[in-house]
Design a protein. Structure first.
Length: 303
């Protein structure tokens, strides 16, 4: 302020004189450093500002936002000029109803009255699931997330793992896993190196890892032709790894636990077991399993 005053008036004053003049004028200096450095409360998820004006179905947290619906609208909306009777209910409201059941895990008959009739929603959900609409939407979100963290949209490596769990109330094929001492079913999943799900197969818990691997690796390789490398643990070593390599034309690298080094003494196994430095890639499969534990699915559509 002293420099600016001197430039405008040509009179040089010291800082003490300037300070006294400002104080006589009734101006006070406030410290805003504490206000700038104050920790802001963390905000998770969407707020009301992200959503459209409240209506009969937009009052639920599971409803799609405008940006989310713009990404999925072409999958569920009929092409313009298509033949047939127009839909009685909006497709977005139908998708919101499906999301509500998937998120809450309630029965179809307990769907809130603000949504279309539950039987209509269930029929639409079954038809869309058979057509693979939800899988196509998952692939779009998969590619979008990889590009967001500056990765290629298509993965080049994947991880395989399995987990045995008790059977759900929905029923289904059941067996006994003698190794884990669990009676129920087993999930065989394939993820990318970020832990994003690529393919899943559900079998009885009595099915060995090496027997269930081809059923889940083949769809993943068919869906993502860019995959050239598969990480697996020692349960898939030996002839299983060679079979996966020949049938899917990919390289298989077995990851051993920390402290276990060396190579398999098997003439049918030509790949080298990676040391403990590559073990974190194996943990991605277990992280994906932990995410599936809390997932809910409608009756008759178990994950």
């Amino acid at each position: 302020m002293c420099v600016a005053f001197a430039e405008r008036t040509g009179i040089a004053v010291c800082t003490v004189t300037m300070h006294r003049a400002i104080k006589r004028a009734g101006l006070e200096r406030t410290n805003t450093r504490q206000a700038r450095t104050a920790t802001q409360p963390k905000r998770y998820g969407y707020t009301k500002a992200h959503r459209t004006a409240p209506s009969t179905a937009d009052q639920y947290a599971s409803s799609l936002t405008d940006a989310e619906w713009a990404l999925a609208a072409d999958l569920f909306e009929l092409p313009e000029g298509s033949r047939g009777r127009p839909s009685k209910y909006e497709r977005r409201t139908m998708v919101d109803a499906c999301c509500y059941v998937l998120r809450t895990g309630c029965a179809w008959t307990m769907l809130p009255k603000s949504f279309p009739p539950w039987l209509t929603v269930h029929k639409s959900f079954s038809r869309w699931a058979a057509q693979g609409k939800f899988e196509q939407l998952q692939q779009r979100l998969f590619a979008q997330w990889r590009q967001r963290i500056e990765r290629n949209a298509a993965p080049s490596a994947m991880v395989i793992d399995s987990q045995a769990n008790r059977i759900s109330p929905q029923g289904g094929t059941s067996g006994y896993d003698a190794g884990k001492k669990v009676k129920g079913r087993k999930r065989h999943i394939v993820t990318d190196t970020l832990g994003l799900l690529l393919a899943v197969s559900v079998t009885a818990a009595s099915v060995q890892d090496r027997d269930g691997a081809p059923e889940v690796v083949a769809p993943a390789c068919a869906k993502y032709a860019s995959v050239k490398l598969l990480y697996a643990d020692s349960a898939y070593a030996g002839k299983c790894a060679e079979r996966l390599r020949h049938e899917n034309d990919i390289a298989v690298e077995v990851v051993r636990r920390p402290g276990a080094f060396g190579e398999w003494n098997d003439p049918h196994c030509s790949h080298v077991l990676r040391p403990a430095a590559f073990y974190p890639a194996q943990a991605l499969g277990r992280r994906a399993h932990s995410g599936l534990v809390g997932a809910r699915a409608p009756h008759g559509h178990a994950p």
